[in-house]
Design a protein around this ligand. Sequence first.
Ligand code: ADP
Ligand code: MG
Length: 236
Amino acid sequence: SWQIEAEKIENLETLYTDFDSSKADVFEDFPLSTKTKAALRKHGFTKPTAIQKASILPALKGKDVLGAAKTGSGKTLAFLIPILECLYRHRWNSLDGPGALIISPTRELALQIFEVLCKVGCKHDFSAGLVIGGKDLKEEAERVCRTNVVVCTPGRLLQHLDTTSYFKLENLKILVLDEADRILDLGFSTTINAILENLPSERQTLLFSATQTKSVKNLARLSLCYPVYISVHAES
Ligand code: ADP
Ligand code: MG
């Protein structure tokens, strides 16, 4: 079974090279794991939106992505699908700790992301958790060390990095900064920079934003490596 999984993953990676997302109108045709496809089907996600169509493939290939598209265009799945596939390719398991980190500006938005993650990740075996405060810090810290996909707000995550000696993100494979414009509007620039210092440089980063302001571009310069720029203006 280990060998079968390894072959499936190798096949997927071959498909990435030949795949032409402009010709694929349904998720079913995308080079995704059967687990992700089954979850998308189960929850009624059939056709990718414009931002999903444009950003999923480069993200699958491991590229850093700067994605801009208006609110409601489907940015959540545009980063959650590549996260699940990244951990799947790495054969991530519960003992591997945090492999993906999603930073969201507010607790409400973090909760919304978490709910979508529970849907699209329902066939995978990864653990997911919220780090948004409101609970005992020590208890949360112990839990987050065992969480594969962490959805957090900036302040609370930095609090853990600063106070919990055993909380490490050294194996992190993929970082998402969601609603980067709002993160910066809320004054989290210094917090984000401090978080970035705790992350391995050999990671993939996806940055999504509704607008492309000057401060978003500055953050992109700091956090992304040779990014693919994707901007969707038309209706999605
Ligand atoms: P954004 O983060 O860009 O504001 P969301 O990810 O919150 O947008 O998605 C907006 C809405 O669109 C949600 O209700 C979500 O369920 C729906 N949605 C996203 N992608 C798809 C899709 N491929 N097919 C159908 N509905 C989708
Ligand atoms: Mg969003």
